[in-house]
Design a protein around this ligand. Structure first.
Ligand code: ATP
Length: 444
């Protein structure tokens, strides 16, 4: 037999701080209805009966549990309300289990979606048509660098109405150092992207060692160049592996990786990290390190290093993501060096898209002096390192690099406005000379 609270019960509980309880008991006391009425007091529209609560939407369950808890609090709970206690704990554990199941199902479906996307990417058709001629024909010749020629090249990005390059023509000889100067958006990166054949020009021709770039095998061509774009990628791998991706064939050669890191100005920052070169930039998978309770020292008989968990970018503290944009760029720069270092014979062209964009002055002037004869800034180091290779920089800056460049292309609004060496351009008295003199005055 049910013992619903009486009107006296309600009055006795008037002083209870639990308003919900009062309301609940009031409902019970007034009409002696089913348990459902308790919940209906909170939301009559949604919970007309107890059955509908239990079958109701999952996300409502915590609210119900809260309600039930409020009901349980006072000591003078009538017998029938004690039953609510059972419902409370049952529904709590039931909802917990369901939540857990749904969470797991959710993550499984996310994983399926990721795998599906991966296959979609694999199936994407390359819009750039591959050539058939192997490159280089002569490996020895590649050691002397590549020659590049643009003939009346016009280019618009897909879905853009504006020209990123308008009727561009220039020639860079084998082993030359070229700097493309210009303000933001003038077209510098686009030239590099066309050389790497990421896009196809709508008009004009690009020649590599005198051959139409379209006729060369894409894979061979890219194998023959090392590129650092502004929008470089970091992979969810260790720093060591991120650098080694520049030349995966030598991923076990830690000495080379360290040398590349030194040249990229990244060695000091890497060595400061707890796990050094084994530090993960991002956690590769949610493995057994995820969610381990703090203080766990041993797992399946193996010692657990929480330093590793943190440095791996685990759930607890993701130290790796605290690397700044400049530090990330140094790691990307090191990857480019890894490629050009170890592939001395197979790389004939180095492309650097504004390599010092996010490097601080220390990185440019100090850190990179490790292998130098004292003349140390980033551009200077790169210049000395290139050997015979052709090297092209895009940059906003004037300095030792432009002074030593065989060719400077000055761009403005998608066209080349001036071209020549530093001395030639200074003699010419054009825009380059004007800006150079302005900068020199500021320096003095
Ligand atoms: N993916 C793209 N889609 C559409 N337009 C683009 C794309 N990338 C660049 N552009 C446009 O093409 C023009 C040339 O861009 P580009 O990146 O070559 O300039 P930039 O001289 O390298 O500039 P920055 O010095 O800022 O890197 C700009 O007007 C730019 O907005």
């Amino acid at each position: 037999m049910r013992h619903w609270p009486t009107f006296a019960d309600v009055c006795r509980l008037e002083s209870s701080p639990l308003t919900e309880y009062q309301r609940c008991v009031t409902v019970l006391g007034e009409d002696g209805g089913e348990f459902g009425e308790v919940f209906a007091a909170w939301n009559r529209r949604r919970f007309p009966s107890l059955a509908s609560i239990i079958q109701g939407p999952l996300h409502e369950l915590p609210q119900i549990v809260f309600t039930l808890r409020a009901v349980q609090q006072p000591a003078s709970i009538p017998m029938s309300l004690a039953s609510l206690n059972i419902i409370t704990s049952t529904s709590e554990s039931f909802s917990g289990s369901l939540m857990h199941i749904f969470f797991r199902i959710g993550s499984i479906s996310e994983n399926f979606a990721t795998v599906r996307k991966m296959y979609e990417v694999i199936n994407l058709q390359n819009r750039i048509l591959d050539g058939t001629i192997p490159y280089p024909q002569n490996q020895q010749a590649l050691q002397m660098g590549m020659s590049i020629e643009f003939r009346n090249v016009c280019f618009q990005y897909p879905e853009s109405n504006a020209y990123a390059l308008k009727n561009i023509s220039f020639k860079i000889g084998q082993g030359q150092l070229c700097v493309i100067l210009g303000e933001n958006g003038s077209g510098k990166s686009t030239i590099l992207k066309l050389i790497a054949r990421l896009y196809e020009p709508q008009e004009g021709e690009i020649l590599i060692d005198g051959q139409d770039i379209k006729t060369l095998k894409l894979a061979d061509l890219r194998q023959a160049m090392a590129v650092l774009f502004q929008d470089y990628t970091h992979f969810p791998l260790s720093i060591k592996e991120n650098i080694a991706l520049g030349d995966p064939g030598h991923s076990d050669d830690l000495d080379r990786i360290k040398q590349a890191a030194k040249l990229g100005g990244a060695s000091e920052l890497i060595e400061r990290l707890g796990e050094g070169y084994n530090t993960y930039l991002d956690r590769p998978v949610r493995d057994y390190y995820s969610g381990l309770p703090e203080g766990t020292t041993n797992l399946f008989g193996r010692p657990v290093s929480f330093g590793r968990v943190r440095a791996m970018g685990g759930m607890k503290i993701n130290e790796s993501t605290t690397l700044s944009g400049g530090q990330m760029q140094r790691i990307a720069l090191s990857r480019t060096f890894m490629r050009s270092l170890v592939s001395e014979t197979s790389v004939g062209l180095l492309l650097f898209d504004e390599p010092s964009a996010s490097l601080d002055p220390t990185a440019e002037h100090g850190i990179l002096s490790l292998y130098t004869d004292g003349s140390a800034d980033l551009f200077e180091r790169l210049r000395l390192l290139r050997g015979q290779k052709t090297m092209i920089f895009s940059s906003h800056r004037f300095g030792s690099l432009t002074r030593h460049a065989d060719k400077i292309l000055c761009m403005h609004d998608s066209v080349i406005v001036e071209e020549g060496s530093h001395d030639e351009l200074i003699k010419g008295g054009g825009e380059y000379a004007k800006l150079w003199n302005l900068q020199a005055q500021a320096f003095l």
